[in-house]
Ligand binder design. Structure first.
Ligand code: ZN
Ligand code: FE
Length: 256
């Protein structure tokens, strides 16, 4: 197992930027490029040289800094195969099962369409660290801009299959408003009630609620809890399929 150093910092209104550093090789990857100046500042502050950009999807708050960062650092840009025409300055297109090496560390590419048609996640399986972009959020999931509920449900299932102690880095700080919605659809979930209180306390202190873990999300995130009797009762879908419960949950959140 490689040692990885993760540096997290805010970008734009509510995005997080991430640098992943593998010390034995000195290689450093930016996970998405929401905003150039904070990424360059973070690199300078850590004394790291940018060698890779790993894009999760094509939205501007994820790939908008690609061209300028590549020009300034000469880094290699890696992004989803399904969106290669929309990813600025892309050098290598990757999809399900591909491996991206960062020095001694290896990230496995997982196709997670739904938010966008070609969205990918990067899982450092050995280190139990996953970067999921706008697919899974703390207590939420991405809006379905380019995919169907069935696609997104399958994508979330792939992430749920990761070990419970996998640390999940998502791209936005949306947790507090997600918690309000989660409580509205699964009010009896004691773990969720406790987590929502903790989130409010953290935000009141100006602290981040990201990263999270797969285990915590499975226990509290309504978008992963289609099997929950409490959720099904709220939605009036006692006998529906999991994907129909997920679809209705997503629809309610869009109108919450
Ligand atoms: Zn997005
Ligand atoms: Fe985003």
């Amino acid at each position: 197992m490689a040692r990885l150093e993760i540096h997290q910092f805010p970008c734009l209104n509510d995005n997080y930027g991430y640098l992943v550093h593998e010390p034995s090789s000195g290689m450093t990857a930016a996970i998405d490029t929401p905003e150039v100046a904070p990424i360059l500042a973070a690199l300078a502050n850590k004394g790291w040289r940018l060698t890779h950009i790993l894009n999760t999807h094509h939205h501007f708050d994820h790939a908008g800094g690609n061209a300028e960062l590549k020009e300034k650092t000469g880094c290699m840009v890696i992004g989803p195969k399904g969106e290669k025409d929309k990813i600025p300055a892309i050098d290598r297109a990757v999809g399900e099962g591909d491996v991206v090496e960062l020095g001694a560390a290896r990230a496995r590419v997982i196709d997670v369409p739904g938010h966008t048609a070609g969205h990918v996640a990067y899982s450092f399986d050995e280190e139990r660290i996953a970067f999921v972009g706008d697919t899974l959020f703390a207590l939420g999931c991405g809006r379905l801009f380019e995919g169907t509920p069935a696609q997104m449900w399958t994508s979330l299932g792939k992430l749920m299959a990761l070990p419970d102690d996998t640390i999940v880095y998502c791209a936005h700080e949306y947790t507090q408003s997600n918690a309000r919605f989660a409580l509205s659809v699964e009010p009896q979930n004691k773990t969720l009630v406790a987590r929502a209180k903790e989130i409010d306390e953290k935000r009141a202190r100006g602290e981040w609620t990201v990263p999270t873990t797969i285990g915590l999300e499975k226990a509290t995130n309504p978008f992963l809890r289609a099997a929950s009797a409490d959720l099904r009762q709220t939605l009036g879908l006692a006998a529906a399929s999991d994907v129909d419960v997920f679809a209705e949950t997503r629809k309610r959140k869009d109108n919450f």
